[in-house]
Design a protein around this ligand. Structure first.
Ligand SMILES: [Fe+2]
Ligand SMILES: [Fe+2]
Length: 376
């Protein structure tokens, strides 16, 4: 174990890259290497894009001493800082500490953000309470390290929320499944709907943060938008649920990066994907290379259930058969516990269709960490 995790930067030289013709994707750190993290650096001839440069220690139930988890989290930050400092653009798909940097550490990670264009998840709408509060802390710290002298509250204004996108219309298949449910499941659906109605009210009530530019650092809200840099197009989705439909964990934004007919897709935390419409987004985007989040099997029985797992298996088989990408890095939540036996159908389907699916660690020539440690 020790020899496999000691000096990542040396060990991975050259094996951490996936090359499309004109796009280079460098895998920075992932859960399969030992920290909650899903960070990549995407380089095209026009621009260099750092995606989700956060990292957090693995969960307490992961069979590894606490000190080792801290050490691995620091390895993640080391790689992110080493490769991410020279990026032009930083993308933050949502406000969880394994995706954006904890506000207490932004000072030491300032080289990642200062003077850059940040394309971030909108902190004002389609966001739950905890992510909103983290977003405000994160953005105010970015403002401060970029030289902003005024109180951050000066950037707040009255809400401009309008319901422009109905989540029930945007997820017709998933909505109809929930609506047809009975008993306990129907009650869960009704509770989710009540939660959603309340959160919408908070978007109308709360003050909104404005986009800002200070000391060369530019903050733009990316939800549903497209940005062009030379011949490179970065296209973001509208907000997507973080896992299950109407999940109170909140929303994320996914994205594609396209250059000269090559396309890379980053799913962010879709946890599978569990939702069928998100599998369709991936298929319709026709990416050659996908970095996707797998299901949090370690939360089975209290956060995800049998039906979610079945959905993930069906959705991944559809992605493999219909999108036929050359490479899928399937990592993040899925690597927090033993996963291969439960996902056997996905791996056999990929083998049959000759689609290369693996974790970031496997791409780099290592076993995922969960397969290298002693079970609890
Ligand atoms: Fe997340
Ligand atoms: Fe995450």
């Amino acid at each position: 174990m020790k020899s496999k995790t000691e000096s990542f930067s040396e060990e991975f030289r050259g094996r951490d890259i996936i090359t499309l013709d004109s796009i280079k994707v460098r895998l920075l750190f992932f859960d399969s290497l030992g920290a909650k993290c899903s960070s990549v650096l995407v380089e095209t001839p026009d621009v260099s894009i750092l995606i989700d440069p956060g990292a957090a220690g693995l969960q307490p139930s992961f069979p590894l001493p606490r000190e080792e988890k801290i050490r691995l989290r620091e390895e993640a930050f080391k790689r992110i800082r080493h490769y991410g400092t020279s990026s032009d653009i930083v993308v933050i798909t949502h406000y969880h500490y394994d995706h954006h940097v904890h506000p207490s550490r932004i000072g030491e990670m300032a080289c990642l953000f200062r003077g850059k264009t940040l394309l971030v998840k909108d902190p004002n709408q389609w966001i739950n309470r905890s992510q909103r509060s983290r977003a405000l802390k994160f953005l105010s710290e970015i403002y401060r390290i970029s030289g902003g002298n005024e109180p951050f509250e000066g950037l707040m204004e009255t809400s401009r929320f309008k319901m422009t996108s109905d989540p029930f219309e945007r997820h017709p298949k998933t909505t109809s499944l929930w609506r047809r449910s009975k008993g306990k499941k129907l009650k869960v659906y009704q509770a989710k709907k009540r939660w959603f109605e309340k959160i919408v009210e908070s978007w109308k009530r709360n003050k909104w943060v404005r986009i800002f530019e200070v000391g060369g650092t530019k903050i733009l809200f990316a939800d549903g938008k497209e940005f062009t840099f030379g011949n490179t197009r970065i296209k973001f989705t509208l907000p997507l649920f973080h896992g299950q439909f109407l999940d109170n964990v909140g929303w994320v934004i996914g994205l594609t990066v396209e250059h000269a007919g090559n396309k890379f897709l980053f799913s962010s935390d879709l946890q599978g994907p569990i939702i069928e419409e998100y599998a369709e987004w991936i298929i319709n985007s026709k990416p050659e290379v996908i970095v996707a989040d797998g299901p949090p099997l370690y939360t089975y029985g209290f956060m995800i259930g049998k039906e979610d797992i079945k959905n993930v298996i069906d959705n991944m088989q559809r992605i493999i058969c219909e999108a036929r990408p050359s490479k899928i890095i399937w990592d993040h939540h899925i690597c927090r516990g033993i996963f291969k036996p439960k996902m056997r159908e996905v791996y056999s389907c990929a083998k049959r269709k000759r689609v290369n699916i693996c974790t970031a660690a496997e791409h780099m020539g290592l076993k995922p960490l969960i397969e290298r440690v002693k079970p609890p």
